[in-house]
Design a protein around this ligand. Structure first.
Ligand SMILES: NC(=O)c1ccc[n+]([C@@H]2O[C@H](COP(=O)([O-])OP(=O)(O)OC[C@H]3O[C@@H](n4cnc5c(N)ncnc54)[C@H](OP(=O)(O)O)[C@@H]3O)[C@@H](O)[C@H]2O)c1
Length: 313
């Protein structure tokens, strides 16, 4: 499988990232371990998590996803087989991007992940109250100490990415090398208008989240009745409209031509976009994971991509 370089860094990854927000939420520990084993067995290598996952689940405090990944790394001995990304700034007790908070948060993450380094450390959200020099200076210390290899920015506007890059260059501080915006066949405009041009102009890597629009693009939700009692139901409701259903129809058409599934085609469309290093997607079973892994093998034709673009225009 052809690996892709993250921006200008020396880190190469397979073009499908596993999204770890399901660990400790919709996947218990045993299921999480089997999914992670199947992921690596499929030849894939990039795992995304955050300190705050999955604090939104009643009874959780955050840190559950990192803890499960850490236990799996220890049990499986597969640390050197994966590229690990985690994030700081949204855990309620470790909010923001001040130097003090980053220093404390990284130690917590390393302990939970049972590793001594994080490959990609993301600012989970912008923090306009903290000077960029302070945040980037904190990351510089972590890189020098070998605790972090490269840094990334999630949910930043294009203008703020440019500002941060300029500050890094001016002060000799590390530069953000990887962006993590929301992007999928349904939610296109904000990324394409704002972040994508900045990523391309600066040769940044891009991993996109909600690649399956919270499962909608698998085609399994077509009416409100389908959402009842579903963990992601409230996130999917906004897609149930004529444009959303037209996208599902196009995905089905293309999937039919390739003997594939809608989820696989939705991810292959992202993999084919030149600015995208890899889509991030999650799965709650080994069966679902197969449709994720298949996306890195599926090559869409120009006609396929045109049909999907027209449906989502
Ligand atoms: N940086 C950020 O602010 C941010 C925000 C959100 C997410 N993320 C990252 O992006 C990752 C992906 O987001 P996400 O997991 O929320 O959404 P997603 O990838 O769009 O949707 C994944 C969900 O779709 C369902 N699914 C997957 N494959 C399927 C298949 N073949 N057939 C039917 N259903 C299928 C599963 O949920 P069910 O089985 O429950 O239906 C799965 O958990 C997260 O894990 C996280 O790492 C980052």
């Amino acid at each position: 499988m052809q690996k892709r370089r993250i921006g200008r860094s020396d880190i190469q990854v397979t073009p499908l990232v596993f999204g770890g927000n399901v660990f400790g939420w919709t996947a218990d520990e045993a299921t999480s371990f089997s999914i992670l084993d199947a992921f690596v067995d499929a030849g894939l290598d990039f795992i995304d998590t955050a300190d705050v996952y999955s604090a939104w689940v009643p009874g959780n405090q955050g840190g559950e996803s990192e803890t499960i990944i850490g236990k799996w790394l220890k049990k499986s001995g597969k640390r050197d087989k994966v590229v690990l990304a985690t994030k700081v700034s949204k855990l309620p007790q470790r909010k923001g991007l001040s130097a003090t908070n980053i220093q404390a948060a990284v130690e917590d993450s390393l302990r939970r992940l049972q590793t001594d380094y994080i490959d990609v450390y993301f600012s989970h959200d912008d923090d306009t109250a903290t000077p960029l020099t302070e945040t980037l200076g904190a990351y510089q210390k972590l890189i020098e100490a070998g605790k972090v290899r490269i840094i990334g920015a999630s949910n930043y506007s294009g203008a703020r990415v440019e500002e941060a890059l300029a500050v890094s260059r001016q002060h000799g501080l590390p530069e953000y090398q990887l962006l993590q915006p929301e992007y999928n066949l349904y939610d296109r405009a904000p990324y394409e208008a704002d972040t994508e041009p900045v990523a391309l102009a600066n040769h940044l890597g891009v991993v996109v989240y909600y690649s399956l629009a919270s499962g909608f693009l698998s085609g399994k939700y077509r009416s409100k009745a389908d959402l009842a009692d579903k963990a992601r139901g409230s996130r999917v409701e906004k897609y149930l409209n004529p444009r959303g259903l037209a996208i599902l129809d196009a995905l089905e058409q293309v999937a039919g031509r390739h003997g594939s599934t809608s989820a696989t085609v939705a991810l292959a469309w992202l993999i084919a976009r030149p600015s995208v290093t890899a889509p991030i997607a999650s799965a709650t079973s080994v069966e679902q994971l197969k449709s994720l892994a298949a996306a890195v093998q599926l090559v869409l034709t120009g006609d396929d991509i045109r049909e999907l673009n027209e449906a989502s225009a």
